[in-house]
Design a binder for this molecule. Structure first.
Ligand SMILES: Nc1ncnc2c1ncn2[C@@H]1O[C@H](COP(=O)(O)OP(=O)(O)O)[C@@H](O)[C@H]1O
Ligand SMILES: [Mg+2]
Length: 276
């Protein structure tokens, strides 16, 4: 199911980005092409400094590339005006970052409510009900009235995810959402991200380091020195999607996985669907 199952929802082509001036100029991305698909959980891995955050920011519409194109849901996002791009992100894109970006003054319910009320034009009660449902689903029923300063790292990360899920975005980007969490909590986070793909058909791209996440992914994108080193499908196929010939003939898998068919079926679906 992981091999080019349908039309891609996000296509990045020959993406390049440098930072700095003159002799200090350094290349963060040196021409990367990548496809993401609806309903898939894509994992991006690579050493620190390999360009993962830069690529994620370019694909999600936050950082303009020096060169190359991104078609997101069929639209050429870097050809849009600032205003159009902002509208596109607001309607279609959810973000989860390492630093949580929560508002210090608001409790957990309010963090989510804000997105419903100001991002989605929900009424007060509708936003509140949905916020509570999502927090329940995230196992935060008893933490609804805590402010960020009163929460653990794992709790804050789950609130940040809840905020992204409020929008039910078609595209969901997460940059190292599990790096500050213990494995148990991190696994729950990955479950939720994968659930958004499986149950709602969202396109999910997640940067992470922990190789235990690999079996959960539909495709694993490896970056090194600003270049794509390969794409591996944990169901046993691997290839370079920028080379159609290799893609169709390659059968070598360099990573473990594939043993989790049926993993978590039903459980998360039920939980996520109740919030819809
Ligand atoms: N805003 C920036 N200004 C200057 N250099 C940057 C900036 N963002 C990233 N870089 C550089 O680009 C390279 C790739 O960074 P990044 O995309 O953050 O890598 P990763 O997320 O894989 O650790 C690094 O060498 C980094 O120092
Ligand atoms: Mg990074």
């Amino acid at each position: 199911m992981a091999m080019s199952p349908q039309k891609s929802s996000l296509e990045g082509r020959d993406l390049r980005r440098s930072f700095g001036q003159g002799s200090m100029r350094s290349t963060a991305l040196a021409g990367v092409s990548i496809d993401l698909y609806p309903g898939q959980f894509s994992l991006m891995m690579g050493p620190s400094g390999s360009g993962k955050s830069t690529l994620l920011a370019i694909l999600s519409g936050l950082l303009r590339p020096d060169h190359g194109t991104v078609h997101s849901l069929g639209q050429n996002i870097w050809a849009m005006s600032e205003r159009q791009a902002e509208g596109f992100r607001l309607r279609h894109v959810g973000f989860i970052f390492q630093g949580y970006n929560l508002f210090g003054a608001f409790n957990a319910v309010q963090q989510l409510e804000l997105v419903g009320r100001w991002g989605m034009n929900m009424g007060y009660w509708e936003a509140r009900k949905k916020a509570r449902n999502i927090l329940d689903m995230l196992g935060l029923s008893k933490k609804k009235h805590l402010r960020p300063a009163e929460m653990s790292g794992g709790e804050k990360q789950r609130v940040a995810i809840g905020r992204a899920l409020m929008k039910e975005p078609e595209l969901l980007f997460a940059d190292e959402p599990t790096s500050a969490l213990d494995w148990g909590t991190g696994e729950q986070v990955i479950e939720l991200l994968r659930g958004a793909a499986r149950e709602r058909g969202a396109t999910v791209l997640c940067v992470a380091h922990d190789s235990r996440i690999i079996p959960f992914a539909d495709q694993v994108i490896h970056l090194e020195d600003g270049q794509l080193k390969g794409v591996v499908y944990p169901d046993g196929k691997s290839g370079r999607p920028d080379r159609e010939d290799e893609r169709s003939h390659s059968s070598k898998s360099v990573l473990p996985g594939g043993e989790d068919e049926g993993w978590n079926k039903g459980k998360l679906g039920g939980r996520l669907n109740r919030t819809a």
